[in-house]
Design a protein around this ligand. Structure first.
Ligand SMILES: [Zn+2]
Length: 104
């Protein structure tokens, strides 16, 4: 049996398994009184209680965006390091030229 998610309406974990006509189980949140639809056996009732298509889509979108942000951070970091190396190289060349021409 998979882990139960909290109540989709109030977030409570204070719920109870209910039996309807000995054949159908469902869950009731004891804090906000919401119930899942009748789900057949206990596993089916649990699947219905845990089914959150929008939440699953949002989780997938969050994961996709986090991965994209990490990639962009990496690209930005690599480019920053590249520019710093170029600037340092130019400074070094500039110092050499100054020394060569006696400006320093
Ligand atoms: Zn609730």
């Amino acid at each position: 049996m998979s882990k139960m998610k909290p109540c989709p309406f109030c977030g409570s974990k204070n719920y109870r398994q209910m039996i309807h006509d000995e054949a159908y189980a469902y869950f009731r949140c004891m804090d906000c009184n919401s119930t899942s639809p009748l789900g057949g056996d206990l596993d089916a009732a649990l699947d219905i209680w845990n089914r959150r298509p929008i939440e699953n889509k949002l989780d997938a979108e969050n994961k996709r965006l986090k991965t994209r942000i990490e990639k962009l951070h990496k690209i930005a970091e690599e480019n920053t390091i590249g520019y710093e190396a170029i600037i340092e190289s130019l400074r070094s060349e500039n110092e050499k030229l100054k020394e060569k021409k006696g400006i320093k």
